[in-house]
Design a protein around this ligand. Structure first.
Ligand SMILES: *Cc1c(COP(=O)(O)O)cnc(C)c1O
Length: 760
């Protein structure tokens, strides 16, 4: 009877990120030695077509060329003839669910309703399992919010496509790049950004037929490929607390076919569900050789024909690489053209899966349009613009500007400084002063320095040039903090007065300054050290994790004159390392400080926690995180009397904008609009570090509005390939040459690090 069994298996790609087809065929061959197994492929480049377990290969045209209707009909005939179909291609599974809305007893893939409930990343079907879903957002929200999500999750985030494919993006530039690549590849803007979970990777693989769970196994990855795919693993029983709800879920989903739940177990032993794949995983045969033949059970469940036992050969498996003879029917094709700019394997899959995604997406939008009576709404992604920006802009004579021009947002600047001063003031008490020091280098504009002075800020200088700038706007030396490794550059200009604080960047510098304080050449209220952050790479400060340097530091602190109070400083930009990482670092710094106090017998009276905050982060949740951090200092270091924060960009970034004019608009049919601006990345050097909210005039409403997300590209005026000031934005359809666009959030390093270029 088993010789009557015919089973079609699709998805035979067999590279380092393989499809499961070969594994499924091997497992079924063990269960049914006489079955007829037919491999289905859409490219003769998939090496799996040469695998010896296939009795025949059904080679189809690539996905971009195939006639989907007649292919669907052919499959229908195959199923009606009694043969079974196991798909291991996600997109084919999605498509088949559409072709067979009522399912088919011989189609061993899940039904449409079930599929729709395992969508990434929420995976709603599995809410009954003892697993959590890592936090995620849709990329349809504004860039401003997406950047905040990345900071909040320490830039450990994954950009995920709608079907599959996920890329780790650890910078804003990477995120922007891959968002474009993926959106183009999958023909959709609906991507997800999900926080990364660190831990051990584990999976549940299952086999089900018409809602009945036939079997499932647990697998822990024990070795990985460079793309984090399974290379070796161990197989065990699925724990009861998963099996019981799983059985119920599979029933509700009326699931047929294989499936894999991909999870991560973190250090706290929590399980996080990352994906649910609607098919067997590629390591399926690894479980079969431990005695759990899930594809065999699936065929048994569907056919009623008992399968042969697959004896256990151990409970661990690993992969090897094998050479097999090429099937003479399918001689090797010539080498493929090199393919650049792709990510992941499915994007360069030889069978044209990408184009297939495009075709699927088109049908889906047509369907949606039919059922809604309208087209699906385009994504706005519009940034929210603070009212103070608009107030400040209303006072600017835009037509009188010589663009590109920097615009000062005075009331915005005043608000940010005032709020920071208020927050610190609210934390100060009789025994504790919490103050801010404006980082001059971030933007040394006199207008900002004046507001800082009026708001009760100190000035933080990294050179004597900066000290003199501060003095020139009215700061007194006793309101100046000296920091960084080059504070003694142009030493001859050092003022004779007493500074607020001097933080030494090395033990060598500390020893030198102690000498100078002793001889009266330098006077300062606080004398301290900058500590180099352990674990996070930095070139600044004293490397306390190096035992001999630490010993020398302790010795040098012991020699500090009693006339100076002792302070400690550290600085690491939370905007780069993320808010959570900054918190860990802060905790570890407090502990180092506590050890330094214990070892030197000198109390720390001043702690300077540096700057590096993104404007929104310091005031986040009404400053509650910031308040918590300050309170923590008093707990661990009770002798601290002064806490200093050194915000630079948190104050300066929103305080200026850059106005540019449109020089030319280019429009080719079916292509994105290309716009040439008179500004450039020379005036916007932070263009790749964080988003800039861009405003254009809305003449009708007599106001400014934020550009939406879209397909226009704004090129700078420089004759440089990479001079792109914005992409993924939509220029309003009525925009014309001569219109001015205002790039906000350009008041920090965009301003101070801008350079003159291409101006003769
Ligand atoms: C640059 C700098 C700051 C300010 O950093 P921002 O990222 O602009 O907030 C603060 N402290 C020190 C010592 C600095 O060098």
């Amino acid at each position: 009877m088993t010789e009557d069994l015919t089973i079609y298996i699709s998805g035979l790609y067999s590279g380092t990120n393989p499809q499961p087809g070969i594994g499924i065929a091997r497992s079924i061959r063990l269960a049914y030695p006489d079955a007829k197994i037919i491999g289905v492929e859409y490219s003769n480049r998939c090496s799996g077509i040469h695998w010896h377990d296939f009795d025949d290969i059904w080679l189809q045209r690539p996905w971009q060329e195939i006639n989907l209707d007649s292919h669907g009909e052919e499959i229908g005939k195959i199923l009606d003839s009694g043969a079974m179909w196991i798909s291991s291609i996600d997109l084919e599974i999605i498509w088949l669910a559409d072709v067979f809305p009522l399912g088919h007893r011989n189609l061993l893939t899940p039904p449409k309703a079930g599929l729709s409930r395992i969508g990434k990343p929420a995976i709603p079907a599995f809410t009954g399992l003892p697993v959590k879903i890592p936090t995620f957002v849709t990329t349809e929200i504004s860039d401003w919010e997406l950047h905040a999500f990345c900071r909040e999750h320490d830039w450990k985030v994954w950009l995920k496509g709608p079907y599959y494919e996920a890329v780790r993006t650890s910078t804003w530039a990477e995120f922007e790049h891959y968002r474009r690549v993926m959106a183009n590849a999958w023909h959709t803007d609906k991507l997800f950004l999900q926080s990364h979970k660190t831990g051990y990777e584990e999976s549940v693989m299952l086999s089900a037929y018409q809602g009945e769970l036939l079997d499932c196994v647990y697998m822990r990855k024990r070795d990985l490929t460079e793309k984090s795919k399974t290379w070796a693993g161990d197989v065990a029983d699925v724990p009861k607390e998963i099996i019981i709800p799983l059985r119920q879920i599979i029933r509700e989903l009326k699931w047929s076919g294989g499936a894999e739940l991909e999870m991560v177990r973190d250090a706290k032993d929590d399980l996080w569900l990352l994906e649910c794949n609607p098919r067997f995983p590629a390591w399926v045969h690894g479980a079969t050789i431990t005695g759990r033949n899930l594809p065999g059970l699936l065929v048994e469940g569907a056919s009623g024909i008992p399968s042969q036992d697959s004896p256990s050969q151990g409970d661990e498996f690993t992969r090897v690489v094998l050479e097999v003879p090429v099937n003479p029917e399918f001689p090797l094709p010539p080498l493929p053209e090199p393919y650049g700019g792709a990510i992941g394997h499915s994007l360069k899959h030889p069978s044209g899966l990408l184009q297939f995604a495009g075709r699927l997406h088109k049908t889906e939008t047509q369907l949606a349009a039919k059922t809604n009576g309208s087209c699906t709404k385009p994504i706005s992604g519009r940034n929210v613009i603070p009212q103070t920006f608009l107030n400040d802009l209303s006072g600017v004579d835009i037509s009188g500007l010589q663009t590109p021009a920097s615009i000062f947002f005075e009331s915005t600047a005043a608000e940010y400084f005032t709020n920071a001063a208020k927050l610190s003031g609210s934390l100060s008490g009789p025994d504790l002063k919490v103050i801010n020091a404006y980082s001059i280098k971030t933007n040394p504009d006199e207008r900002l320095l004046k507001i800082a002075l009026e708001s009760g800020f100190l000035a933080e200088a990294i050179s004597l040039h900066e000290v003199h700038k501060a003095l020139s706007v009215g700061f007194k030396p006793e309101q100046v903090i000296l920091n960084g490794p080059t504070k003694w550059w142009r030493r001859e200009t050092l003022p004779a007065d007493r500074f607020y604080s001097v933080f030494c960047d090395s033990v060598e510098e500390l020893e030198q300054v102690i000498e100078e304080v002793n001889s009266g050449r330098v006077t300062t209220e606080f004398l301290g050290v900058r500590l180099r952050t352990p674990n996070i790479v930095s070139r600044f400060g004293i490397p306390i994790d190096s035992p001999d340097v630490f010993e020398r530091l302790i010795e040098a602190i012991g020699k500090m004159p009693r006339s100076c109070k002792f302070g400690v400083h550290f600085h690491m930009a939370s905007s780069n390392v993320g808010v959570g990482n900054w918190g860990h670092l802060f905790e570890s710094m407090l502990r180092w400080c506590s050890s330094i106090e214990a070892l030197t017998g000198r109390i720390i009276q001043c702690l300077d926690v540096g700057g590096g905050w993104f404007p929104d982060d310091m005031q986040r949740d009404s400053g509650s995180e910031y308040k918590k951090a300050i309170n923590r200092i008093s707990e661990v270091l009770p002798n601290v009397r002064v806490i200093i924060a050194e915000p630079g960009k948190a104050m300066a970034q929103p305080s200026m904008a850059l106005a540019m004019q449109i020089l030319e608009i280019r429009q080719a049919e079916g292509k994105a609009r290309e716009v040439i601006m008179d500004g450039s990345i020379a005036e916007l050097p932070m263009h790749f570090v964080h988003p800039h909210r861009i405003l254009c005039r809305d003449e009708e409403m007599d106001t400014w509005k934020s550009l939406e997300r879209g397909k226009s590209v704004l090129f700078g005026r420089l004759c440089m390939e990479h001079d792109i000031v914005a992409s993924d934005v939509e220029l309003p359809s009525n925009a014309k040459v001569g219109d001015v666009l205002v790039f906000c959030d350009a008041g920090a390093y965009d301003r101070s690090m801008s350079y003159v270029f291409g101006c003769g």
